[in-house]
Design a binder for this molecule. Structure first.
Ligand SMILES: [Zn+2]
Ligand SMILES: [Zn+2]
Length: 278
């Protein structure tokens, strides 16, 4: 990570006084604080897959919420492997956690966490929120998912997760208010391959595991979403590529509203958009 370069992936969904976090790349904890979101609002955390740019700061986020005073059960949803991550994180922090329980009277952190290892299908459902998962295409990671959040009587948001072009995502995201999709710029990708060296293997990985902005636009169009938000951008911080390049690449396949992601971006959800469910 270079100075002032964009942070890895993390998103916050705020509905009423409940905070849901999707992915926990490095920087998620301070970013939530900078956004004015108290960690005691944290209700549930989802991890789309176990690559470090999505999970590295999960444990520190949960621990910091706990030391900030969170005392209600905290739901954690992740693919198989999540239990192992959490058990080892708690073990790594055992001295601190036991000390704070005894010395500060905090509730046991491990007992506050409610873990669900999920697969494809319904992940959770209650009166206020239904979450479903669709396996995506992100080799060599098999347990990698897109997630759909349908808030009760309200908006819906879909995250593609990290994925190569995956047509079933269009049906999965049908009519969503917002589709947050990962994206690459092909020209930028070639520049990265040139710069990093070892070209063919890196190029093959990027093509097999990620989507171009045009492919993200295609999914948005087929799904009839209200707005496309591009994130997990590759390249993320090359000064030779501006927002105009991202918009031009997306416009190949998508004429609707599009937002190019950046750290701290806030996207309000308009429940009354026209043309929903196209
Ligand atoms: Zn990944
Ligand atoms: Zn990633």
């Amino acid at each position: 990570m270079r100075p002032a370069s964009p942070l890895p992936t993390a998103s916050a969904l705020v509905a009423g006084d409940e905070l849901t976090v999707v992915d926990c790349g490095a920087g998620v904890t301070v970013s939530l604080a900078n956004a004015g979101l108290p960690l005691t609002m944290l209700e549930r955390v989802f991890v789309t897959h176990l690559h470090s740019d999505h999970v590295l700061e999960l444990g520190p986020l949960l621990h910091t919420a706990w030391t900030s005073g969170l005392s209600h059960p905290l739901k954690v949803f992740g693919p198989p492997g999540m239990r192992e991550y959490l058990e080892h994180f708690l073990a790594a922090m055992r001295f601190d956690i036991e000390t704070r329980i005894a010395d500060e009277g905090r509730p046991p952190l491990g007992e506050l966490l409610r873990l669900t290892e999920y697969g494809e299908g319904e992940v959770m459902a209650d009166a206020g929120l239904r979450v479903t998962a669709l396996r995506n295409i992100h080799p060599p990671v098999e347990e990698s998912y897109a997630l759909r959040f349908d808030f009760g009587g309200g908006p819906s948001v879909v995250f593609s997760g990290d994925t190569a072009r995956h047509p079933p995502l269009a049906a999965f995201a049908r009519g969503a208010d917002i589709l947050v999709h990962e994206a690459m710029l092909p020209a930028g990708m070639e520049k990265i391959v040139e710069k990093v060296g070892g070209g063919d293997r890196l190029r093959a990985h990027l093509k097999a595991s990620h989507s171009t902005a045009g492919e993200a636009g295609w999914i948005a169009r087929e799904a009839g979403v209200g707005r496309l938000v591009l994130h997990h951008l590759i390249p993320a911080d090359d000064p030779d590529f501006s927002e105009a390049d991202w918009l031009a690449a997306t416009a190949e396949s998508w004429e609707g509203p599009v937002t190019v992601g950046r750290d701290g971006l806030v996207v309000p959800i308009d429940k009354k958009r026209e043309g929903a469910g196209a």
